[in-house]
Write a protein that binds this ligand. Structure first.
Ligand SMILES: Cc1cc2nc3c(=O)[nH]c(=O)nc-3n(C[C@H](O)[C@H](O)[C@H](O)COP(=O)(O)OP(=O)(O)OC[C@H]3O[C@@H](n4cnc5c(N)ncnc54)[C@H](O)[C@@H]3O)c2cc1C
Length: 298
């Protein structure tokens, strides 16, 4: 009797009808039709091959730059956080998988006497999210330290790409459609662990002094317009403390919108729209959101 060659079994975790509230830093949003947490890169590739060609996909890091709407996501959410999280260092070259937290990358690079990645310490996302957003802080940005990236497409095909293949701007990266990051290679410079650890501490202290870090938010809601600051424009428009439902413009940093406890995604989206309209009316500046909005309204 002939038997068909058996497919290796998937080793990741499939969750059905999963609430997305605990997968984003605003703590809002509906449910995902399904969610996959891969065991590793090969398992992710295999899982992607099982999906219909037109399956809607949402890639999630730590959800620190995402407004997930109350109706949730009627497709497959891929979660890399805590899954693809290896890091290895060879000389000044650092290989990082996309699910690793940026703060951990900063700490490990500092410990290895490397300089150039300290700014990542204050970004509460994954390396994949930092690549997708060109995340940056205190003068540092993600892509200037990237030597290469590895991507995966919806057929599970893995590719190595150079930074020159991406169009990178302030908090914005244009990348080949339907390709997502699974790893990157950072090129750093020799430094001193004690100095780097001091720089990380100083950066975190400065952040805690100026931002509502202990409250549920997605960091900066709007991108800074050229030559100005979104926070300054919002404050000058008298919007600090303005509330819609459970969403509030932070009184500590006007570009942060806080979930005060029971905000819905709709409250937050309405407040974002209100702030944008008021800043345009009062200051004549059209703000663009930094936060990505996904999913369906309730
Ligand atoms: C308190 C606070 C402070 C912040 N401070 C800063 C700051 O100083 N500087 C800054 O730049 N940002 C800041 N942010 C915003 C946020 O942390 C960054 O944008 C971060 O890079 C998002 O990473 P993430 O893993 O959470 O991505 P997510 O929010 O999960 O996703 C963001 C976008 O990236 C896509 N994405 C995620 N993973 C991948 C992947 N592997 N491949 C392709 N696309 C992917 C998602 O689909 C989504 O479109 C702050 C946020 C908070 C809550």
């Amino acid at each position: 009797m002939m038997t068909a060659p058996s497919q290796p079994a998937l080793r990741g975790e499939l969750r059905l009808d999963e609430s997305l509230k605990r997968y984003n830093t605003w703590r809002v949003g509906g449910r995902a039709r399904q969610m996959y947490l891969p065991a590793d890169r090969a398992d992710l590739a295999m899982f992607l091959q099982t999906l219909p060609a037109d399956e809607p996909l949402l890639w999630l890091g730590l959800g620190s730059n995402l407004l997930i709407r109350d109706g949730g996501f009627s497709g497959t959410v891929i979660v890399l956080q805590g899954r693809l999280n290896a890091l290895s260092i060879e000389g000044e070259s650092v290989h990082v998988e996309a699910g690793l937290a940026c703060a951990k990358v900063a700490r490990e690079c500092a410990r290895a006497n490397l300089t150039g990645a300290a700014f990542l310490a204050g970004i509460p996302g994954t390396m994949g999210g930092a690549l997708a957003m060109n995340a940056g802080a205190f003068g540092g940005e993600t892509w200037p330290i990237v030597a290469a990236v590895t991507t995966i497409d919806r057929c599970g095909v893995i590719r190595d790409r150079r930074p020159s293949q991406y169009s990178v701007a302030y908090r914005h990266v244009e990348r080949p459609a339907e390709e997502w990051f699974v790893a990157c290679e950072l090129a750093l410079r020799p430094g001193d662990a004690t100095a780097e650890q001091g720089a990380i501490r100083a950066l975190l202290d400065r952040r805690a002094a100026t931002q509502p870090t202990g409250q549920a938010s997605c960091g900066s809601t709007f991108r800074n317009p050229p030559g100005d600051f979104a926070a300054r424009l919002i404050e000058a428009s008298g919007l600090k403390g303005h509330r819609i439902g459970g969403a509030e413009v932070s009184t500590k940093h006007a570009n942060f919108i806080i979930n005060t406890g029971d905000a819905s995604a709709r409250d937050i989206e309405r407040l974002i729209a209100h702030v944008g309209t008021e800043v345009e009316r009062q200051q004549g500046v059209s703000l663009r959101t930094e936060v990505h909005m996904v999913g369906e309204p309730a």
